[in-house]
Design a protein around this ligand. Structure first.
Ligand code: GLN
Length: 312
């Protein structure tokens, strides 16, 4: 990398880095340049532009150049900064967690659409005057997420549904640590419990949950070699690898999960491209659901399969 010939301002260094990232084939070159510089300077991306004339100190420049080198070698921007935005919230991430994907917001939306304002079982009495939504008496609403990673999905759901409690299961101990920290930082720790476990093996079947979300590993073996280096070499393989057809975990999960859903409860599962039909079929085979829908992401790709457990 050629050294800077003069004093570098924020704007000049951003332009240079964007160009360099472009030449090196780094994805989202401008955004990556901005996010990394904002991180080094302790500023927001907006503040970079408000201070575009500000020169970088030699120390700042050295720190930035070190990150640029790592990014060009393939390290994801989110691991370099330790942060990733999801659902307009700031999540901590580490190499032990998958980086939350924008399309996974659909998993959150797909459940919010059906759970908002929902009351299961007996009528929930109206809130006494002055009582907050959170203190409202009624049937406890319990949701489950299997494979929480950084906690992005379960924490977004918990923030949006203040009357619900959530249980998050994750096999990876270091990922659980990150998820717990995120729940605390984002103010939902009292309503979100995390436990270490493998899929549904941690619990006896029973009608425990009014909602279940899952974004399990689903990358098929044949796609592995074509994954970008930043995913294949840096993100946790156990969060991505879905065996021969990509459904090595998703299918057994779909065959079992109805045993854990309350009557009338909702299930939402994220799927990879081309997998929706197979996942619908696994759910349909159980004869436990009254309706199964496929939802498309903003790119038009079938991304979430949602189903409702038959009411009692
Ligand atoms: N969407 C992720 C990817 O493309 C895969 C996530 C997963 O396996 N659940 O890398």
């Amino acid at each position: 990398m050629a050294g800077p010939p003069q004093t570098w301002t924020i704007l000049a260094v951003l332009k240079w880095t964007t160009r360099y990232f472009q030449d090196k084939g780094v994805s989202e070159p401008r955004a990556s340049a901005e996010v990394l510089l904002a991180h080094v300077l302790g500023l927001s991306r907006l503040e970079l532009y408000l201070r575009h004339d500000q020169p970088l100190t030699p120390e700042e420049l050295a720190a930035y150049k070190a990150l640029i080198r790592r990014r060009v070698r393939g390290e994801p921007t989110a691991y370099l900064t330790g942060h990733k935005e999801f659902w307009s919230l700031d999540f901590l991430v580490s190499p032990a967690t998958l980086i939350p994907r924008p399309e996974t917001e659909l998993l959150v939306e797909s459940l919010l659409e059906v759970l908002r304002g929902r009351q299961f079982g007996a009528e929930v009495p109206p809130a006494p005057p002055g009582a907050g939504e959170q203190n409202r008496p009624g049937i406890p609403l319990l949701g489950l997420e299997v494979g929480v990673g950084s906690g992005a999905v379960i924490i977004a759901l918990a923030r949006e549904l203040p009357r619900w409690r959530w249980l998050g299961v994750e096999l990876s101990a270091p990922a659980l640590e990150v998820a717990r920290t995120n729940a605390a930082r984002l103010g939902v720790a009292p309503r979100v419990q995390f436990i270490q476990g493998n899929l549904l093996g941690f619990l006896k079947p029973g009608p425990w949950f009014q909602a279940v979300a899952a974004n399990l590993p689903y990358v098929p073996a044949r796609d592995w070699a074509t994954l970008p280096v930043e995913i294949r070499e840096y993100e946790p393989r156990e969060a991505l690898w879905g065996g021969e057809d990509g459904l090595a975990l998703v299918k057994p999960f779909c065959a079992e999960v109805h045993r854990f859903l309350a009557p009338g409860g909702w299930l939402a599962v994220e799927v990879g491209q081309g997998q929706a039909e197979a996942v619908r079929a696994s759910l349909s085979d159980t004869r436990a659901y009254e309706g199964i829908a496929t939802l498309r992401d903003y790119q038009g790709i079938p991304r979430v399969v949602r189903a409702r457990r038959q009411p009692a």
